[in-house]
Ligand binder design. Structure first.
Ligand code: ZN
Length: 136
């Protein structure tokens, strides 16, 4: 088996908003068989990471009633919250997005749950999907 080519943009993780980790974790872990990958909590969410090949499923449980995930679940119910793409050049990608008229939620990258620099793009300019960009 060859080593997968990790260069270029790929899906880093899919963020799934849940009401409670215990409701959904057994499905991904025990039924689908995805190994758990410990992650720090971030943005007012408790996060469970599950490895699916080179990508992760991140289950996001609200840790506070006024957190972004709590607001999302309250408005839309549980479901896919965001898709994170890993890019080689985060600053360059953000600059291209801005030049293309994409609305940036984070004008300047910040540190995300995996300790990497991240930035979010607004769903109103990305076809309705909240997009996270993460640096390698
Ligand atoms: Zn994320």
């Amino acid at each position: 088996m060859t080593t997968p080519d990790r260069r270029g943009t790929r899906i880093a993780h899919i963020g799934v908003a849940v009401r409670a980790l215990d409701d959904v974790l057994p499905f991904y872990r025990d039924v689908l068989g995805l190994p758990e990958s410990p992650l720090d909590d971030a943005d007012g969410a408790r996060i469970a990471g599950l490895a699916a090949g080179d990508s992760l499923v991140e289950l996001l449980e609200p840790a506070a009633a006024d957190s972004p995930i709590a607001r999302f679940v309250g408005k839309k119910g549980p479901g896919i919250h965001h898709v994170c793409f890993c890019v080689e050049d985060l600053d360059g990608t953000l600059a291209r997005a801005k030049a293309a008229g994409i609305v940036l939620i984070d004008e300047v990258p910040r540190i995300g749950a995996e300790g990497k620099r991240i930035a979010f793009l607004h769903p109103k300019s990305t076809g309705g999907v909240l997009i996270e960009l993460s640096e390698y």
